[in-house]
Every structure is written in C-alpha cells, then in structure tokens.
Design a binder for this molecule. Structure first.
Ligand code: ATP
Ligand code: MG
Length: 172
C-alpha cells in the first residue's frame, strides 16, 4: 500500500471539527500508526478525549490554558502558543509520527499569534509520509490552497442557541 502524507483541514462554523479529527486519530491508532494530538487551547479543563487518550495510549498534549477570550494576559497567551507551535513543528518535522493533529491551530493563526508562512514552511518541509490535520474556524486561504482535503462544517442547528449548555461526552 502506498503511503502519502496528506494535509487535511476541518473548518467552518458548525460543530464537529475537533471530534472528526479525533475520529481520524482513533482510526489511525487502530491501523498501527503513530499519532500525536496537540491541542492549542485546551488544558484548563479535563476533557473526555484526554482521559480516553490515556486509556488508549494515544499521545495527546494540551498546550493551552483555556480560551483566549477569558485571558487577561495576551503576551502570556502569545508565548504559550509559540511554545505549543515549537513542540508541534518539531514533532511534524521529526518524522517519528505518521499523523499529527493540530487542534485549533486555525484560531491561533486567526489571532496572529503565529505566521501563516511559518506554518506553511513547516508543512511543506515535513517528511513525505506524515499526515497533518488542522482544525478550527476560518482556516487561512493560503493553507487551504496547499491542503489535500478540506471540509467545512456547516452550522444548521446548535443547542447553544436554545440556551442548552455544553454536555459532558458530547462537547468536552
Ligand atoms: P467539537 O469539539 O464538538 O468537534 P468544534 O471543534 O467543531 O466542536 P470549536 O469551534 O472548536 O468546535 O468549539 C468548541 C466548542 O464550541 C464545543 O463545545 C462545541 O460544541 C461548541 N460549538 C461548536 N460549534 C458551535 C456553534 N455553531 N455554536 C455554538 N457552539 C458551538
Ligand atoms: Mg474544536
């Protein structure tokens, strides 16, 4: 079977971007691939995926400390995101992983905490077998143009708009 590393993007305003990426991780683990998931924002709360990853032996690294709109220290956020990117880019370039998931990276790019060019340079110089998945709303056009598979989640209905809070096991 020929292996060719792909760049996949899950974007759009509808729910399902992170969970679809975790679905790929689940599938890849089952095929014996080595997988690393880097979550750029998560870290403050314990999520279901953190516990499931521990049970499955899936490497999942929460690099954030919650959501940036809750933060009072933008410089600290920026530093945190830069550190997360340095960990992530090292993993991508190392060739040790068959699949690297960059969860919410699009948001980090949207905030201007990292340069799109820097991310593209890393993606383009990665070893040829490495698959990379990026998630988050508003994927930059420059990354969409170098990606192999781009899926836009469309928001038709979300319980949040009826005042229903995030549900354990469904949202986190
Ligand atoms: P999920 O992690 O459930 O796959 P996602 O990655 O597509 O969602 P994000 O933009 O990362 O969505 O936002 C994460 C949180 O925001 C989740 O709790 C999710 O349920 C919620 N969310 C996602 N889309 C919407 C929406 N259209 N309206 C309100 N809340 C949303
Ligand atoms: Mg998400």
């Amino acid at each position: 079977m020929s292996q060719r590393g792909l760049i996949l993007i899950n974007t759009g305003n509808g729910k399902g971007k992170t969970t679809a990426a975790l679905g790929v991780a689940f599938r890849a683990i089952g095929q014996g691939l080595t997988v690393s998931v880097i979550q750029f924002f998560k870290g403050k709360w314990k999520t279901g995926e953190m516990e499931a990853a521990r049970q499955l032996g899936l490497e999942l690294t929460p690099m954030g400390k919650g959501f940036t709109w809750e933060s009072k220290n933008l410089e600290e956020d920026k530093e945190l995101m830069r550190r997360a990117w340095s960990v992530a880019s090292e993993k991508i370039l190392s060739g040790k992983y068959d699949l690297v998931i960059l969860d919410e990276l699009n948001y980090v790019l949207g905030y201007g905490y990292l340069s799109v060019d820097e991310v593209i340079r890393c993606l383009q110089s990665r070893p040829s077998h490495v698959h990379v998945v990026l998630t988050g709303r508003n994927a930059p056009d420059e990354i969409i143009s170098i990606a192999d598979c781009v899926t836009e989640m469309r928001d038709i209905k979300h319980p949040y708009r009826r005042g229903i809070a995030a549900q354990k096991g469904i949202d986190f």
